[in-house]
Every structure is written in structure tokens, then in C-alpha cells.
Design a protein around this ligand. Structure first.
Ligand SMILES: Cc1ncc(C[n+]2csc(CCOP(=O)(O)OP(=O)(O)O)c2C)c(N)n1
Ligand SMILES: [Mg+2]
Length: 520
């Protein structure tokens, strides 16, 4: 057994099943080690931002890490934008990164870089392995760190991967959350009891079914509103779950919503802030006199903390949750006419199947979808979390690998899609059930919205050249077909409905280019 096999065996022992890989020479022993372990599968992605985004989607779906396998500092650098989203989304994720042989580092060979420094920007845990026999312990530690909902990065020099580790003990990872802090939960209960207008902002694992069920009980007994961040990383949604209000993007609307509450309980998230610093607005969305409390920290189990809050408030299972708190079935009708953003959202909500996974990087096209989805059949809903675009396609890929039996639908803005378009090739190669709805508005439309907001209502040629995706137009059908994904373009609702139904009924990936019609 060499060091690479020692690592991969430890990963398998921890229950890791997948690695999203883009290897190079320094990772060759790891590539070979994947082959020797039938219980873990390596999936090739043609850009590291696809590896990291896919591992993010996978981690969000299953609440356990996938590996990435990245080549030295440059490979990691290419993957960082989507690692940033994963970090913001608190996804468990484990990067394995090859490094020059220990004895070769001093030579400062062309691909040499300060990998650890780069890793530190997104990783909650990072280490460079120092001896062959510590490899298994290093990986087990990385696994445990990732399970808290953070990125763990293990950097492994090439000579350690090749070193003889025969007889080395394969460490079993022991993960457990730290005990919850009953003191802060008691205080939260006190706030919810004593104030009339209260809200709970839910994040992380609180947005999964178990957390939402507890949150519904707390709402039933205290009347608090259930709120989530503007970009929730992962939530379960639909019939029988409580609806959760998203904090709007622009600070005016966000403050308008949040100013209604005297006290806010933060559940698996931190105090909300404005997306950008706009003149005249504070960074923070809560006023000083609004009371707030966090009921858990990142090392604690937020669902357990909610469970304790339920008990303290006497909202446990003997309490019947009133009907109006849980979403009743409600689907919009299929509309007719042009592919306006509103109509596209209606079609998606009207047709998405039971148990769908919705990956939303639709930016200005998907804005009206969320409010339509509370009464749809149960589904999972994923958004960027970190605001770094190029998240949607890789995330959909990872989600489909994690849950191959579930239909994945990616509502995907065109500009953002181009950052990580290589994900299509892997989706085709792996035969994944992903339907990609490309919102071809042929622009970085949100930047135009920001320009209008800043009072600029006519766009000159130079600015247009930076925000319009024309001259030439992007041909999505050819791009998709060129990577093995069947594709079609549609111009109005009828065509979308027909093609969307067809794509959902056939196995494997499909791309539908939607000519979005936007009113100026
Ligand atoms: C990595 C990264 N680069 C650039 C940006 C800045 N940015 C935010 S939105 C956007 C354009 C979005 O255009 P598109 O994806 O087509 O969505 P639309 O606004 O047209 O709906 C850009 C360039 C970003 N957020 N992240
Ligand atoms: Mg666009």
C-alpha cells in the first residue's frame, strides 16, 4: 500500500463515495489509487471550477463531503470561486491537492505555488501532509472538519503519495457535533416569548425537513415569522412544510422586511448584511435597537438547538401545528405567450415533478419563481450562496451525482453559464438527469439593473460592449451538442412547455435555450 492508496482507503472508510477530479502529474498515484478502490468513483471534470462546484452541490444534497482532486496551486486557483460559494453555503467538501515532491519544492519549478496560502482563503481546515504514516490521520481529520459544514483542504506532496505505507493503520473518522449551548437557547426563548413581533432567520441545516418542522412548531406557539437569507444554499420546500420568506436583494426592501421585527433569532446563520455597500445604507440590515441572538455556532448541531428551543417553548409533538402554517398544494397554471421572466417561472412551477432538485442561477430571470413554489410537490431548492457566478451548472452536476434517481432542473442565466460550461460534457458522459433551462437574455442583465439604479438610463456603446452578450450571439444549441448534450432553442411558452416535458420524460441531460423577452 502506498500513500495514495492509504489516503483513498481512509476516504472510503469515512464513507466518501465520489471524487470530482482534474488531475496532473503530481496526482498520478492518487489517480491509480482510485482505480484500486471499487467503493469510490472518480469523475473527470474539464475545469477545476466544475470539480469544486460539483462537490459543493453533492455536499449540499447529502450533507457529506465528496472529494475534489486538483492539480497543485493553479488547479486550486481555478476552483476557488466555487469553493467560495461552497464555503458560504456551509457545504462539507474535501479537497485533495497534489504538491511537488518535498525534495523538489526548493527548486521552485514552474508549477510551484504557495498552495496553503491560497487554500486558506476558502478552507476552514487545511494542512500539508508531512510524513507517509500520518496520511490516514490527516485525511480523517479533514473529513471531520468538513462535516461541520466547511471546506477541508489536504495538500499531499508527490513523494508521500508514492511512499510505502504498508501496515499503516487506516483511521476511522469520528465526527460528532459539540453540545448545544442551552443558555443562549433559553435567551432566545425569552425573546420569542416577550416580544410581539419576532422573526427567526433560518440557515444551514435548519432549512432541511427536520429543522423546518421544528421551526413550524416554534412559529405555531410564538407567532414568529420564518425568514431566510437572500441566497439560501439548500432548502427543502413544498407541500406540508412551512413557507419561509427570503430577505430581498436590495437593502431598501431588505430593511423594509426586517424592520418589522423587534427581535430576531438567528438559527444556523449570522446577522444579515447588505449584498453591497450602497451610499446611505449601513452594511448591517438590523437596527441597533432590534434584539438578536444566535442559538448555535458552527460546531453545534442547529437542528438539535432548534429541538431544545421547541422543548423550552413547550411546542413539542403534543402541539398540533395549525393548518395555515404548513403549505397547502398550489400550482400555477401554464401561461401563454412570450418567454418573459415571469412566464418562465410559471412554466417551471407548473411542470416541475415531485422530488425535483431545483438549482437556481437564473439571476434576473428567476426572481419570481420562489414565491410560486411554496405549495408545489416536495423539492430541494439550491442557490449560489456566495454570489460568485458560474455555480449553477456544476452544482446541478454534483446534485445529480448525489441523487441519481431525482430529476435535477437548473434554471441558468446565460452569462453565468459561460463561466463553467464544461460541466455539460461531464453531465453527458455520466448520463445525468439534468434539464438545463438557459435564460438567454443575451446580457449581463443585472448589471443593467444596477446601472439604472445608479441613475444611468441610457447605455453607451462602450458600456453596452461590457454588458451585452451579442456580436456574436451565443449559440447554446451548438455548444451543448458539441459536448454531447441534446439541445433545442425555444421562442415562446408553448415551445418551452413541450420541450421541457419531453426533456423531463427522457433520461440523461438536456438543454433548452429560452429566448428571454425582457421589457426595457
Ligand atoms: C465570479 C464572478 N464574476 C463576476 C461577477 C459579477 N456579476 C454578477 S452578476 C453578473 C452577470 C450576470 O449575468 P447573467 O448570468 O446573464 O444573468 P442576468 O443578469 O442576465 O440575469 C456578473 C458579471 C460575479 N458575481 N462573480
Ligand atoms: Mg443574462
Amino acid at each position: 500500500m502506498n500513500g495514495a492508496e492509504f489516503l483513498i482507503k481512509t476516504a472510503v472508510r469515512a464513507g466518501i463515495e465520489v471524487g470530482f477530479a482534474n488531475p496532473g502529474t503530481t496526482e498520478i498515484p492518487l489517480v491509480l489509487a482510485f482505480e484500486s478502490e471499487p467503493d469510490i468513483k472518480a469523475i473527470l471534470c474539464l475545469f477545476e471550477g466544475v470539480c469544486t462546484g460539483a462537490a459543493d452541490g453533492y455536499g449540499r444534497m447529502l450533507d457529506k463531503p465528496a472529494l475534489t482532486l486538483l492539480h497543485l496551486g493553479p488547479g486550486l486557483a481555478n476552483g476557488i470561486a466555487n469553493l467560495h460559494n461552497a464555503r458560504r453555503g456551509k457545504a462539507p467538501l474535501l479537497n485533495l491537492i497534489g504538491e511537488q515532491a518535498t525534495w523538489h519544492r526548493a527548486a521552485d519549478a514552474p508549477l510551484t505555488m504557495d498552495i496553503q496560502r491560497l487554500a486558506s482563503t476558502a478552507s476552514g481546515w487545511y494542512k500539508t501532509s508531512e510524513s507517509p504514516l500520518s496520511l490516514s490521520r490527516n485525511l480523517a481529520e479533514a473529513f471531520v472538519a468538513s462535516k461541520y459544514g466547511q471546506i477541508a483542504t489536504l495538500i499531499v506532496p508527490h513523494d508521500l503519495q508514492r511512499a510505502d505505507c504498508t501496515g499503516g493503520e487506516i483511521i476511522t473518522s469520528q465526527f460528532s457535533f459539540e453540545p448545544v449551548n442551552t443558555n443562549s437557547i433559553d435567551k432566545a426563548a425569552q425573546l420569542l416569548r416577550t416580544h410581539h413581533k419576532t422573526g427567526m432567520i433560518l440557515g444551514g441545516r435548519a432549512l432541511r425537513e427536520q429543522g423546518l418542522e421544528k421551526a413550524a412548531r416554534i412559529k405555531a406557539i410564538t407567532g414568529c415569522e420564518l425568514i431566510t437569507d437572500h441566497l439560501p444554499p439548500y432548502m427543502e420546500r413544498g407541500i406540508g412544510l412551512p413557507d419561509v420568506t427570503r430577505i430581498p436583494y436590495f437593502p431598501e426592501a431588505a430593511i423594509d422586511l426586517l424592520s418589522r421585527y423587534e427581535a430576531i433569532v438567528l438559527v444556523g446563520t449570522v446577522e444579515p448584511v447588505a449584498f453591497f455597500g450602497y451610499d446611505g445604507f449601513s452594511s448591517f440590515l438590523l437596527e441597533k435597537d432590534q434584539k438578536r441572538i444566535e442559538i448555535s455556532n458552527e460546531k453545534q448541531d442547529v437542528v438539535e438547538a432548534l429541538g431544545y428551543l421547541v422543548e423550552v417553548l413547550n411546542a413539542n409533538s403534543s402541539l398540533k401545528i395549525p393548518d395555515n402554517i404548513l403549505s397547502k398544494p398550489g400550482r400555477p397554471e401554464v401561461p401563454e405567450g412570450l418567454l418573459t421572466p415571469e412566464n418562465i417561472c410559471l412554466v417551471l412551477a407548473a411542470l416541475q415533478p415531485e422530488n425535483a432538485i431545483i438549482v437556481d442561477e437564473g439571476i434576473t430571470t428567476s426572481g419570481t419563481y420562489y414565491p410560486l413554489s411554496a405549495g408545489l410537490p416536495r423539492h430541494s431548492y439550491l442557490t449560489t450562496a456566495g454570489g460568485s457566478i458560474g455555480f449553477g451548472l456544476p452544482c446541478a452536476l454534483g446534485a445529480a451525482v448525489a441523487c441519481p434517481q431525482r430529476p435535477v432542473i437548473n434554471i441558468q442565466a446565460d452569462g453565468s453559464a459561460m463561466y463553467t460550461i464544461q460541466a455539460l460534457w461531464t453531465a453527458a458522459r455520466e448520463g445525468l438527469n439534468i434539464t438545463i433551462l438557459i435564460c438567454a437574455n443575451k446580457s449581463y442583465n443585472i448589471l443593467k439593473a444596477e446601472l439604472y439604479r445608479a441613475g444611468i438610463d441610457s447605455i453607451g456603446r462602450e458600456v453596452s460592449s461590457l454588458v451585452d452578450l451579442v456580436r456574436p450571439d451565443i449559440n447554446w444549441v451548438k455548444i451543448a451538442e458539441g459536448m454531447g448534450v441534446p439541445a433545442i432553442a425555444v421562442n415562446e411558452v408553448d415551445g418551452l412547455v413541450k420541450e421541457f416535458r419531453k426533456a423531463l420524460s427522457e433520461p440523461g441531460p438536456h438543454l433548452i435555450e429560452m429566448a428571454v423577452s425582457i421589457s426595457k
